[in-house]
Write a protein that binds this ligand. Structure first.
Ligand code: HEM
Length: 145
């Protein structure tokens, strides 16, 4: 598949994923105090169910397109301290791996019935911070030299 197609797939999947995380942290958390606890819990469960159906596909596209894009920078990645771009891309990839770890943790906790509101909030906040790092690195790494 050509680089521009992979980049578009990666970008659309990233938009979907980042958009969902931003919505959950900035919109949903903002209405938490205004709604009854049970209503909010029901919303979280429904969003979780929907996410379980859609997110694995979004993540499959996001990560596989990302890996295919990164293949073009394998030399820079093989020696990340030789060029700032390779170093920043390595950090971006590490953050992306950490995001995947968060996703697996959330799914495992959910399957075991242990995903409480506090976990839901903490995982979202942590992924939100990762997203900011990933986007800043993705959009600046090529200008770093
Ligand atoms: C949570 C996961 C990820 C998110 C949210 C994400 C997000 C992004 C975004 C927003 C861009 C900028 C795209 C553009 O400018 O059009 C980008 C670029 C890129 N990403 Fe990811 N990414 C993720 C995972 C990965 C992974 C796992 C890899 C590789 C193993 C990867 C490799 C790349 C590469 C090489 C670019 C540069 C493409 C270019 O601008 O030519 N990404 N990523």
């Amino acid at each position: 598949m050509s680089y521009p197609i992979l980049l578009l797939l990666h970008l659309f999947a990233a938009l979907f994923f980042i958009g969902t995380v931003f919505f959950e942290v900035l919109m949903l958390e903002g209405i938490r105090k205004r709604l009854p606890r049970e209503t909010m819990r029901a919303i979280e469960i429904e969003i979780g169910t929907r996410a379980r159906h859609i997110m694995p596909w979004v993540l499959l596209v996001l990560y596989s397109a990302g890996i295919a894009l990164a293949w073009n920078y394998r030399d820079a990645l093989a020696n990340p301290i030789s060029r700032p771009m390779g170093f920043l891309l390595s950090i971006k990839i590490m953050l992306a791996i950490s995001v995947f770890g968060h996703f697996l943790t959330a799914m495992t906790l959910r399957r075991k019935g242990l995903l409480k509101t506090r976990h839901f909030q903490l995982i979202h906040l942590s992924v939100f911070c990762h997203m900011i790092g990933i986007v800043v690195l993705a959009k600046t790494m090529f200008y770093a030299g």
